[in-house]
Design a protein around this ligand. Structure first.
Ligand SMILES: Cc1cc2nc3c(=O)[nH]c(=O)nc-3n(C[C@H](O)[C@H](O)[C@H](O)COP(=O)(O)OP(=O)(O)OC[C@H]3O[C@@H](n4cnc5c(N)ncnc54)[C@H](O)[C@@H]3O)c2cc1C
Length: 183
């Protein structure tokens, strides 16, 4: 459901629209559109999404696809696209594939998201979520402040690193490596 950012009324068509900083805003009437145009910067910062999804691993991207299909006014914030799947050399027994590399699977996720179920998104890291006047205020490392009525947190997990020599270089190389280290 798309809401008029000025009056909050549900908007069903694109008759009154205005583009500002790459986002298209829809209005119920010429009057609300004119009011928005007068102080677009201020109003766009007060815009409240219905949903913010944090993370674009398999879980976040699945949520994004279904939010798009359901026409929920959604914004996606993520540090990367693909999540842990990118680190998997062999993904076995994933429905539809006998075998696929994590990198190829992540590429398919990305294409499906961008080409068939596009949602507004930003590559950034969420650092804080505040509860503010009945909405969530999501703050990012890149100093973005975005308001939403609901949040899906799909931030997965990050494995602990061993902190040994060659770890970064050998990451994602697959197979078995002999690493020499002194105790
Ligand atoms: C080496 C390896 C091999 C694997 N092999 C298989 C396999 O063969 N089969 C299988 O089913 N599973 C496998 N898995 C597990 C599978 O990859 C995970 O279960 C799956 O990726 C979890 O998905 P997720 O979306 O919950 O989280 P993740 O994939 O962890 O995604 C989390 C997302 O959130 C983002 N994020 C995190 N914090 C923030 C923040 N503060 N702000 C913004 N964004 C944030 C990350 O950048 C990422 O995009 C493997 C995992 C690894 C590491």
């Amino acid at each position: 459901m798309i809401r008029d950012p000025i009056c909050g009324m549900e908007v069903e068509n694109e008759q009154f629209s205005y583009e500002f900083e790459g986002k298209k805003y829809l209005f119920c009437s010429d009057g609300c559109r004119d009011k928005f145009k007068g102080s677009a910067k201020e109003f766009s910062q007060k815009y409240v999404y219905d949903l913010i999804i944090i993370g674009a691993g398999p879980a976040g991207l699945t949520a994004a696809v279904y939010a798009s299909v359901s026409k929920i006014d959604t914004f996606l914030i993520t540090k990367d696209i693909g999540g842990q799947a990118v680190d998997s050399v062999k993904v076995k027994n994933y429905m539809g594939f006998d075998f696929i590399t994590g990198k190829d699977l992540a590429r398919k996720f990305k294409n499906q998201f961008l080409q068939q179920h596009y949602l507004r998104h930003i590559m950034d890291e969420v650092v804080k979520i505040n509860w503010l006047d009945n909405n969530f205020e999501v703050l990012t490392k890149g100093k973005n402040k975005i308001l939403t009525r609901s949040v899906v947190i799909a931030t997965g997990m990050k494995r602990k690193k061993l902190a040994i020599q060659g770890e970064e270089r050998l990451q994602r190389r697959g197979g078995c490596h002999i690493v020499q280290f002194r105790i």
